[in-house]
Design a protein around this ligand. Structure first.
Ligand SMILES: [Zn+2]
Ligand SMILES: [Zn+2]
Length: 227
Protein backbone atom coordinates (compact mmCIF):
# COMPACT_ATOMS: atom_id res chain seq x y z
CA UNK A 1 0.00 0.00 0.00
CA UNK A 2 1.31 3.45 -0.92
CA UNK A 3 0.84 6.68 1.01
CA UNK A 4 -1.67 8.84 -0.92
CA UNK A 5 0.34 11.97 -0.17
CA UNK A 6 4.03 11.08 -0.64
CA UNK A 7 3.77 7.76 -2.49
CA UNK A 8 6.02 5.98 0.01
CA UNK A 9 5.19 2.34 0.69
CA UNK A 10 3.34 2.01 3.99
CA UNK A 11 4.67 -1.01 5.83
CA UNK A 12 2.01 -2.57 7.96
CA UNK A 13 2.87 -5.00 10.67
CA UNK A 14 -0.15 -7.29 10.82
CA UNK A 15 -1.56 -8.29 14.17
CA UNK A 16 -4.13 -11.00 14.81
CA UNK A 17 -6.72 -8.24 15.10
CA UNK A 18 -5.88 -6.92 11.60
CA UNK A 19 -6.37 -10.37 10.11
CA UNK A 20 -9.85 -10.61 11.57
CA UNK A 21 -10.76 -6.93 11.12
CA UNK A 22 -8.91 -5.85 7.97
CA UNK A 23 -11.03 -2.69 7.58
CA UNK A 24 -8.79 -0.74 9.97
CA UNK A 25 -5.64 -1.21 7.92
CA UNK A 26 -7.45 -0.43 4.69
CA UNK A 27 -8.41 2.92 6.18
CA UNK A 28 -4.79 3.86 6.60
CA UNK A 29 -4.26 6.02 3.54
CA UNK A 30 -1.17 7.95 4.64
CA UNK A 31 2.23 7.02 6.05
CA UNK A 32 3.09 7.93 9.69
CA UNK A 33 5.38 10.81 8.59
CA UNK A 34 2.62 12.50 6.58
CA UNK A 35 -0.03 11.72 9.20
CA UNK A 36 2.05 13.39 11.93
CA UNK A 37 2.24 16.66 10.02
CA UNK A 38 -1.50 17.20 10.45
CA UNK A 39 -2.22 18.75 13.84
CA UNK A 40 -5.46 18.33 15.79
CA UNK A 41 -6.89 21.23 17.75
CA UNK A 42 -6.53 20.61 21.46
CA UNK A 43 -9.72 20.07 23.39
CA UNK A 44 -8.86 22.31 26.38
CA UNK A 45 -9.70 26.04 26.75
CA UNK A 46 -11.63 26.15 23.51
CA UNK A 47 -13.75 29.01 22.24
CA UNK A 48 -17.44 28.02 22.54
CA UNK A 49 -18.03 29.38 19.06
CA UNK A 50 -15.29 28.39 16.66
CA UNK A 51 -13.48 25.86 18.84
CA UNK A 52 -10.04 27.47 18.72
CA UNK A 53 -7.96 26.69 21.77
CA UNK A 54 -6.01 29.09 24.00
CA UNK A 55 -8.94 30.96 25.59
CA UNK A 56 -8.27 32.77 28.87
CA UNK A 57 -9.90 31.33 31.96
CA UNK A 58 -13.55 32.41 32.04
CA UNK A 59 -13.49 33.71 28.44
CA UNK A 60 -16.21 31.94 26.43
CA UNK A 61 -15.84 33.47 22.98
CA UNK A 62 -12.85 34.70 20.99
CA UNK A 63 -12.97 38.18 19.42
CA UNK A 64 -14.06 36.83 16.02
CA UNK A 65 -16.98 34.92 17.51
CA UNK A 66 -17.97 37.99 19.56
CA UNK A 67 -18.13 39.90 16.28
CA UNK A 68 -20.59 37.35 14.84
CA UNK A 69 -22.62 37.28 18.04
CA UNK A 70 -23.02 41.06 17.89
CA UNK A 71 -24.01 40.93 14.23
CA UNK A 72 -26.54 38.09 14.48
CA UNK A 73 -27.48 37.78 18.15
CA UNK A 74 -26.34 34.16 18.13
CA UNK A 75 -23.13 32.33 17.38
CA UNK A 76 -22.34 29.14 15.56
CA UNK A 77 -21.31 26.08 17.55
CA UNK A 78 -18.39 25.11 15.40
CA UNK A 79 -15.99 22.18 15.62
CA UNK A 80 -12.80 22.34 13.56
CA UNK A 81 -10.88 19.09 13.76
CA UNK A 82 -7.43 20.03 12.39
CA UNK A 83 -5.36 23.17 12.34
CA UNK A 84 -5.16 24.79 8.93
CA UNK A 85 -1.37 24.51 8.91
CA UNK A 86 0.95 24.31 5.88
CA UNK A 87 0.42 20.53 5.54
CA UNK A 88 -3.36 20.97 5.54
CA UNK A 89 -3.12 23.85 3.05
CA UNK A 90 -1.06 21.66 0.75
CA UNK A 91 -3.57 18.83 1.17
CA UNK A 92 -6.49 21.15 0.28
CA UNK A 93 -4.61 22.48 -2.72
CA UNK A 94 -4.14 18.99 -4.12
CA UNK A 95 -7.60 17.72 -3.18
CA UNK A 96 -9.64 20.78 -4.23
CA UNK A 97 -7.66 22.81 -6.70
CA UNK A 98 -5.85 19.97 -8.47
CA UNK A 99 -9.06 17.96 -8.07
CA UNK A 100 -7.39 14.74 -6.88
CA UNK A 101 -10.53 12.90 -5.78
CA UNK A 102 -8.56 9.98 -4.30
CA UNK A 103 -7.41 12.27 -1.50
CA UNK A 104 -10.88 12.25 0.05
CA UNK A 105 -9.79 8.89 1.53
CA UNK A 106 -7.17 10.56 3.74
CA UNK A 107 -9.80 11.98 6.12
CA UNK A 108 -13.07 10.34 5.10
CA UNK A 109 -13.16 7.80 7.92
CA UNK A 110 -12.13 10.11 10.77
CA UNK A 111 -14.27 13.02 9.54
CA UNK A 112 -17.39 10.89 9.11
CA UNK A 113 -16.96 9.20 12.48
CA UNK A 114 -16.58 12.62 14.14
CA UNK A 115 -19.77 13.91 12.49
CA UNK A 116 -21.83 10.84 13.34
CA UNK A 117 -21.25 11.27 17.08
CA UNK A 118 -22.83 14.78 17.16
CA UNK A 119 -26.57 14.59 17.92
CA UNK A 120 -28.57 16.40 15.21
CA UNK A 121 -31.72 16.12 13.07
CA UNK A 122 -30.15 17.08 9.75
CA UNK A 123 -26.64 17.08 8.33
CA UNK A 124 -26.22 19.67 5.57
CA UNK A 125 -22.99 20.03 3.54
CA UNK A 126 -22.08 23.44 2.13
CA UNK A 127 -22.70 23.34 -1.64
CA UNK A 128 -20.33 24.42 -4.40
CA UNK A 129 -21.16 26.67 -7.36
CA UNK A 130 -21.99 25.43 -10.85
CA UNK A 131 -18.65 26.76 -12.07
CA UNK A 132 -16.81 24.72 -9.44
CA UNK A 133 -18.80 21.63 -10.44
CA UNK A 134 -17.70 22.17 -14.01
CA UNK A 135 -14.03 22.56 -13.17
CA UNK A 136 -13.61 20.22 -10.17
CA UNK A 137 -16.29 17.65 -10.92
CA UNK A 138 -17.08 16.89 -7.27
CA UNK A 139 -18.15 18.60 -4.06
CA UNK A 140 -15.10 18.29 -1.81
CA UNK A 141 -17.24 18.41 1.34
CA UNK A 142 -19.50 15.54 0.28
CA UNK A 143 -16.38 13.64 -0.84
CA UNK A 144 -15.23 13.56 2.78
CA UNK A 145 -18.45 11.89 3.94
CA UNK A 146 -18.92 8.15 4.13
CA UNK A 147 -22.07 6.54 5.50
CA UNK A 148 -23.29 9.90 6.70
CA UNK A 149 -26.96 10.57 5.84
CA UNK A 150 -26.88 14.14 4.56
CA UNK A 151 -29.43 16.48 3.03
CA UNK A 152 -28.82 18.73 0.01
CA UNK A 153 -30.85 21.57 1.52
CA UNK A 154 -28.77 24.50 0.29
CA UNK A 155 -28.10 25.64 -3.23
CA UNK A 156 -25.85 28.43 -4.45
CA UNK A 157 -27.72 31.55 -5.52
CA UNK A 158 -25.61 33.29 -8.09
CA UNK A 159 -22.30 32.65 -9.69
CA UNK A 160 -19.72 34.37 -7.58
CA UNK A 161 -17.31 36.42 -9.63
CA UNK A 162 -14.35 35.33 -7.58
CA UNK A 163 -14.10 32.28 -5.31
CA UNK A 164 -13.78 32.91 -1.54
CA UNK A 165 -10.23 31.59 -1.62
CA UNK A 166 -9.08 34.44 -3.86
CA UNK A 167 -10.42 37.19 -1.57
CA UNK A 168 -8.82 38.91 1.38
CA UNK A 169 -10.42 38.92 4.82
CA UNK A 170 -12.34 42.22 4.38
CA UNK A 171 -13.71 41.16 1.00
CA UNK A 172 -14.84 37.84 2.42
CA UNK A 173 -16.62 39.42 5.36
CA UNK A 174 -18.47 41.86 3.08
CA UNK A 175 -19.76 39.11 0.76
CA UNK A 176 -23.55 38.87 0.34
CA UNK A 177 -25.73 35.81 1.03
CA UNK A 178 -24.71 33.21 -1.58
CA UNK A 179 -27.24 30.48 -0.64
CA UNK A 180 -30.92 29.61 -0.93
CA UNK A 181 -32.58 27.25 1.53
CA UNK A 182 -34.79 24.93 -0.49
CA UNK A 183 -37.43 23.74 2.01
CA UNK A 184 -37.33 26.09 5.01
CA UNK A 185 -40.46 24.68 6.70
CA UNK A 186 -38.69 21.39 7.24
CA UNK A 187 -36.20 22.92 9.68
CA UNK A 188 -38.52 24.56 12.20
CA UNK A 189 -37.57 23.44 15.73
CA UNK A 190 -34.86 21.16 14.35
CA UNK A 191 -31.18 20.76 15.02
CA UNK A 192 -28.99 21.35 11.97
CA UNK A 193 -25.35 20.46 11.57
CA UNK A 194 -23.55 22.18 8.69
CA UNK A 195 -20.47 20.60 7.16
CA UNK A 196 -17.61 22.41 5.42
CA UNK A 197 -14.02 21.59 4.52
CA UNK A 198 -12.31 24.71 5.92
CA UNK A 199 -13.44 27.41 8.36
CA UNK A 200 -11.50 30.59 7.58
CA UNK A 201 -13.40 33.77 8.48
CA UNK A 202 -16.64 31.93 9.24
CA UNK A 203 -18.45 34.05 6.62
CA UNK A 204 -19.71 31.12 4.52
CA UNK A 205 -20.94 29.06 7.45
CA UNK A 206 -22.64 32.07 9.08
CA UNK A 207 -24.48 32.80 5.83
CA UNK A 208 -25.71 29.22 5.73
CA UNK A 209 -26.56 29.19 9.44
CA UNK A 210 -28.52 32.46 9.12
CA UNK A 211 -30.97 30.76 6.73
CA UNK A 212 -31.63 27.93 9.17
CA UNK A 213 -32.12 30.39 12.04
CA UNK A 214 -34.59 32.35 9.89
CA UNK A 215 -36.40 29.08 9.16
CA UNK A 216 -36.92 28.60 12.92
CA UNK A 217 -34.21 26.01 13.56
CA UNK A 218 -33.61 25.38 17.27
CA UNK A 219 -29.88 24.84 17.06
CA UNK A 220 -27.30 25.25 14.30
CA UNK A 221 -23.81 23.84 14.62
CA UNK A 222 -21.06 23.09 12.17
CA UNK A 223 -18.04 20.90 11.60
CA UNK A 224 -15.07 21.54 9.34
CA UNK A 225 -12.07 19.38 8.69
CA UNK A 226 -9.75 22.35 9.19
CA UNK A 227 -9.97 25.61 11.06
ZN1 LIG B 1 3.38 9.90 3.23
ZN1 LIG C 1 -14.15 31.70 18.34
Amino acid sequence: MKCLLCNKIISVRLTIRDIFWPSEILNQATCPECTNKFVHWQTVNRCRGCGRSGMEKGQLLCSECNYWKQMYGWYLHHHGIYRYNSMMKEYMRRYKFDGDYRLRKVFQCEFSTYIRQIPTDYIVPIPITTTTWQTRGFNQVVGLLREVPYLTALQTKIEKKAPQSSKNRQERLAASQPFILKTPAKFKHKKILLIDDVYTTGRTLYHAAELFHQAGGDWVGSVSLAR
